[in-house]
Ligand binder design. Structure first.
Ligand SMILES: NC(=O)c1ccc[n+]([C@@H]2O[C@H](COP(=O)([O-])OP(=O)(O)OC[C@H]3O[C@@H](n4cnc5c(N)ncnc54)[C@H](OP(=O)(O)O)[C@@H]3O)[C@@H](O)[C@H]2O)c1
Length: 253
């Protein structure tokens, strides 16, 4: 049976993908930095879905850790990669901590790109495979108040769309980006926002993505509507509205 590799697979949206792929009979390799979270996910998924779950602790912002991960994964017939690990940070750019912004760039852009490239090349040669990059609706609009995060997701969506087109002639290769809206996870902790805004169910986000054949997946009616509205109204206006929303999200419940 095929294996799915999920970065950040122990919690939130990554865990949603782990549940849904296990339900489809995939064995899993889950990776993140936290062994405890990984071991808990492993136990729960194996008990519920009767598939094999392997866990691998790695900080994927570290290049040599990524290489070791590729070597480990090489032993298994991986056919789906969910490039999911990502963090946020909600703060005005003029007062924000550059270290946190750099962490976003290192994870959401550099690590995402390296893993994306590695498996694109691999699956391109094999002429089959599926890569799902986890982007965000944040990638469709500038994000004053969380500018680096929004820009990082614009990068993920743009890169994915371009690479999907470049590789379109390989029929067995599917390259997608999913753009969820606020979803229940630990994201509120890393981004410094209030938990109450994150309502979507990660399992549903994963289910809708796995069912979709589109390159850019908008999971759920609200996200589809938001995408249409963002296209209809001027960016100057939607950015201003977004700034207000971002500031409210920072207020603790
Ligand atoms: N929740 C939302 O509202 C929302 C909406 C749109 C898009 N997204 C995107 O969805 C993805 C998953 O986030 P989430 O919402 O599910 O939040 P989450 O529960 O915090 O998941 C993020 C995962 O990434 C892992 N991670 C963080 N830094 C890492 C590193 N340096 N190396 C390896 N793994 C690392 C975390 O595990 P460790 O900390 O243990 O390493 C965690 O498992 C992100 O790309 C996020 O931008 C989220």
């Amino acid at each position: 049976m095929s294996v799915a590799l999920i970065t950040g697979g122990a919690t939130g949206i990554g865990r949603g993908f782990a549940n849904k792929l296990a339900d489809q009979g995939y064995n899993l390799i889950l990776t993140s930095r936290n062994l405890e979270n990984l071991a808990l996910a492993q136990k729960e998924i194996q008990n519920k879905y009767h598939v094999k779950v392997l866990i691998y602790v790695a900080d994927i912002t570290n290049e040599s850790a990524r290489k070791s991960l590729y070597e480990y994964v090489e032993n298994y017939p991986v056919s789906i990669v969910v490039n999911n690990a990502g963090i946020g940070y909600s703060q005005n750019f003029y007062e924000g901590d550059i270290t946190k912004e750099q962490e976003i760039i290192d994870l959401n852009i550099t690590a995402m790109q390296a893993i994306f490239k590695y498996y694109t090349k691999k699956f391109y040669d094999l002429k089959e495979g599926r890569i799902i990059n986890v982007s965000s609706v944040a990638g469709f609009v500038p994000g004053p108040g969380a500018a680096t995060y929004y820009a990082s997701k614009a990068y993920v969506t743009s890169l994915t769309r371009a690479v999907a087109l470049e590789t379109k002639h390989i029929k067995g290769l599917k390259i997608q980006a999913v753009c969820p809206g606020p979803t229940k996870s630990n994201f509120y902790l890393t981004s410094g926002t209030s938990k109450k805004y994150y309502k979507a169910n990660p399992d549903k986000v994963a289910q809708k993505t796995l069912e979709s054949k589109r390159t850019i997946v908008l999971p759920g009616f609200k996200n589809k509507m938001l995408h249409v509205l963002l296209k209809l109204f001027p960016t100057a206006l939607t950015s201003r509205i977004n700034y207000r929303i971002q500031k409210n999200m920072r207020k603790k419940a």
